[in-house]
Design a binder for this molecule. Structure first.
Ligand SMILES: Cc1cc2nc3c(=O)[nH]c(=O)nc-3n(C[C@H](O)[C@H](O)[C@H](O)COP(=O)(O)O)c2cc1C
Length: 364
């Protein structure tokens, strides 16, 4: 299963472990996947420069194979909310704070870490792969990565986004289908208009860009890998499949729900962060539908709900936690990351063999 992507990176298998910011994508997980011949990723979007540097060095101690570090590209204009809008949202959120026994109206930390400072660490540490979502970094940042030989991977949810990413100089494009768990990478137009299924998005994108396409969203095993290679992808990127592995840093309640939920358990919400994301439905998501128009844009809402999510995690109360996950839930396993990679390869080879058999026999 050698592809243009595996050749570019010198890895054995066309399997990328999705960067999962917020805890799941630990150095241990990234290194386990890279050591098994895939490409592990750190989800560094929320981390400070110091945390990013420590995590990168931790991965480097665990593996000498390539790995990726993923960041969130900030919106050029920057999100804004008035003091009144924040007060209105806090008034809603105080109900949950009271339930969790934490202080109302907490002082807001800076909404997000400086992207430029994060990029600087990736450059200094000369990471093998820089992946990103939510936009396109500046031409200077991309040029600086290229000067150091860092492979650059952007995220697209539509063909047009993929075309713009290629024009900006990326080495590969991740096609994020609507099935995907976590935040939508949409940066042109509305996220609600860019919910294209993986089966539809991958071949349309592969026809329009010349860089390798990495399919993501709903891929949980080797059947999905074989299907995506047939669609024109050069690799797959999987998040939910690795969420419940022992190396994942996801909360125990999150892992439990990933392993016990079905394909219809998720929905797309902006209630937690102000940006559309797919996760297992919670009471919090349902309640927040009662306040349409009152949710400030990312990253403001993300900062506003942080204390609630953290207190809920401590109290082991998943009803208020963000439980990002994709639609492939019934296929999730608690296998170790390396075993998931090995199983994927064996299943994909079996699926491809079966299809070759069908082609040979002329059966449909
Ligand atoms: C818990 C979780 C966190 C995620 N965090 C990130 C992230 O930090 N950066 C990113 O580019 N994608 C993130 N994603 C999206 C993944 O890159 C990918 O699109 C998705 O996992 C693919 O769908 P699947 O979950 O069905 O495999 C996240 C997904 C999940 C499930």
């Amino acid at each position: 299963m050698e592809t243009s992507f595996t050749r570019k990176l010198g890895i054995a298998h066309p399997i990328v472990q999705a960067p999962m910011a917020g805890g799941p994508a630990t150095p241990e997980l990234a290194a386990a996947v890279s050591n098994a011949g895939g490409l592990g990723s750190l989800g560094a979007g929320y981390w400070s420069p110091t945390q990013i540097r420590e995590a990168i060095r931790d991965v480097k101690r665990r593996t000498d194979r390539p790995f990726a570090v993923n960041l969130f590209v900030p919106e050029r204009a920057g999100a804004k909310a008035t003091a009144d809008e924040i007060a209105v949202m806090n008034a809603h959120l105080n109900t949950y704070r009271a339930r969790l026994g934490i202080a109302p109206n907490p002082a807001l930390p800076p909404y997000a870490v400086s992207f430029e400072d994060q990029v600087q660490v990736l450059l200094e540490e000369e990471v093998p792969v820089f992946s990103f979502t939510f936009g396109i970094p500046s031409a200077e940042a991309i040029a600086a990565m290229k000067r150091r030989g860092i492979v650059i991977v952007g995220t697209a949810t539509t063909v047009e986004e993929g075309i713009q990413l290629e024009a900006a100089g990326v080495d590969a494009v991740t096609a994020q289908g609507a099935e995907a768990g976590g935040h939508r990478g949409t940066f042109l137009g509305e996220a609600g208009d860019a919910l294209i299924g993986t089966l539809a998005l991958v071949p349309q994108l592969a026809d329009r860009v010349s860089v390798p396409v990495i399919a993501s969203g709903g891929i949980m095993g080797g059947r999905g890998l074989a299907a995506c290679l047939a669609l024109g992808a050069s690799a797959v990127q999987m998040g939910t499949a690795f969420l419940a592995s022992p190396e994942s840093g996801a909360h125990a309640a999150h892992k439990r729900l990933v392993l016990s939920s079905a394909e219809d358990a998720t929905a797309i919400t902006d209630a937690y962060s102000g940006k559309a994301a797919r996760g297992i439905r919670t009471d919090f998501m349902r309640d927040m539908r009662g306040y349409p128009g009152a949710i400030p844009d990312y990253p403001i809402q993300n900062a506003l709900t942080r204390d609630i999510r953290q207190a809920a995690a401590q109290a082991d109360d998943p009803s208020l936690m963000s439980l990002w996950a994709g639609q492939g839930l019934r296929l999730a396993t608690g296998q170790a990351a390396a075993d998931i990679v090995r199983r994927m390869v064996a299943e994909a080879q079996a699926a491809i063999g079966k299809l070759s058999g069908l082609a040979g026999s002329g059966e449909a």
